[in-house]
Design a protein around this ligand. Structure first.
Ligand code: PEP
Ligand code: MN
Length: 262
């Protein structure tokens, strides 16, 4: 792949934080203080330090719940700071940067924004850790160059998140690309995680998929969980219950810790 020679900054990148593992969980969308508190407490009991929650949601329909905005960011920030957890949330536009600077620890560039270079540039300038999700219609090259853009504009720490690309198969929300992920873990030091929630949309296979990515060197995974999935305002069908999430988390601890970080 000739174009890889142009990934100058990615090639030399060594994360300043050598995360052993990056396990991120939380709801698709922040809905209320009670919801975030309950989920955060549950994650704290498991020893999970990263909590996700969307305050601004890209929705297909303008009539769907699109997030609580600043109120949501304040809720997740208050709860997570009290519980010593890091807040992961997706930014949608440049004008939201001051709020993300104030409330969010790891700023996520969502799949739909992976090619929004002005947003990547401005976010990178903040110097906060970022997650760059793969766009659903991007090649490996497009995705890695999004990270190169981030480093070029001052990003210090970047995590890549494979969330799947479009598939012709209606049984799955997307299809996860383990070849691209393996190429990345083989050639670069940038931490890579997988999002089996959006990557599959199918609860019963999320644990196995996460394990497969850990086995090829992913640093962790991000999963959507909810204290009451039946009433979730966004992505309810793919939200794991606490019990379902714990089962996945416990099985990784047993099976993969010797494999993963040697
Ligand atoms: C999300 O993680 O909340 C999300 C919307 O995912 P994606 O950008 O991968 O579609
Ligand atoms: Mn979601």
């Amino acid at each position: 792949m000739k174009w890889t020679s142009e990934l100058r900054l990615l090639k030399d990148y060594h994360p300043s934080d050598t995360y052993n593992e990056i396990i991120i969980a939380g709801p698709c969308a922040i809905e209320s203080h009670e919801q975030i508190e309950e989920i955060s407490e549950f994650l704290k009991e498991l020893g999970i330090d990263f909590m996700r929650g969307g305050a601004y949601k890209h929705r297909t329909s303008p009539y769907s719940f699109s997030g609580l905005g600043e109120k949501g960011l304040k809720i997740i920030s208050d709860v997570c700071r009290a519980n010593k957890q890091l807040v992961v949330s997706e930014i949608l536009s440049i004008d939201q940067l001051p709020l993300f600077d104030k409330y969010v620890d790891i700023i996520m560039i969502g799949a739909r924004s992976m090619r929004n270079y002005p947003l990547i540039h401005s976010t990178s300038k903040l110097g906060k850790p970022m997650i760059i999700k793969r766009s659903m219609d991007s090649t490996l090259k497009d995705w890695l160059f999004a990270a190169e853009h981030a480093f070029y504009h001052g990003a210090k720490d970047v995590i890549l998140c494979e969330r799947g690309v479009k598939t012709f198969d209606p049984e799955f929300r997307n299809i996860l690309d383990i070849s691209s992920a393996s190429f990345i873990t083989e050639n670069y030091n940038i931490p890579l995680i997988v999002d089996p929630s959006h990557g599959t949309g199918v609860k019963e296979i999320m644990g196995k998929v996460a394990k497969a990515f850990l086995a090829i060197g992913a640093k962790g995974y991000m999963l959507e969980i909810h204290n009451n999935p039946a009433i979730a305002k966004c992505d309810a069908e793919q939200a794991l219950t606490f019990e379902e999430f714990k089962k996945i988390y416990d099985s990784h601890k047993e099976v993969l810790s010797p494999l993963n970080y040697s």
